[in-house]
Write a protein that binds this ligand. Structure first.
Ligand SMILES: [Zn+2]
Length: 91
C-alpha cells in the first residue's frame, strides 16, 4: 500500500511539473519553435500555420482563412498574386 501511495504522489508531482513547465515555456515563447503565420492572399488576413486551409502553388505554400478564399485563389491565382506584388491600382 505504501508503494502505491508514493507512486501516486510522484505521478501527481510529475503531472504538475509537466503542466507548469509547459505553460511557462509557452508564455515566454523563447526557443526555436516559432509559430509561423501566413497571409491569406485573397483577403489579407493572418492565418496561423495550424489553421485554415493550405495549398501549394508553383512551389510556394499559401494558407487561407476559409474554404471559399481557397476556392477563389484556386480559380484565379494570378489575380491575387499580382495584387500582392504591389502592382499599381491604376487600371
Ligand atoms: Zn480569407
Amino acid at each position: 500500500m505504501e508503494g502505491l501511495g508514493s507512486l501516486l504522489f510522484f505521478a501527481i508531482l510529475f503531472f504538475v511539473m509537466m503542466r507548469w513547465g509547459c505553460g511557462a515555456h509557452m508564455m515566454h515563447g523563447h526557443g526555436g519553435h516559432k509559430k509561423e503565420k501566413y497571409i491569406d492572399p485573397v483577403c489579407d488576413m493572418e492565418v496561423d500555420a495550424d489553421k485554415g486551409y493550405g495549398m501549394t502553388h508553383q512551389g510556394q505554400s499559401y494558407r487561407f482563412c476559409t474554404r471559399s478564399c481557397l476556392g477563389k485563389f484556386d480559380a484565379d491565382p494570378e489575380r491575387y498574386l499580382n495584387k500582392e506584388k504591389g502592382a499599381e491600382h491604376g487600371m
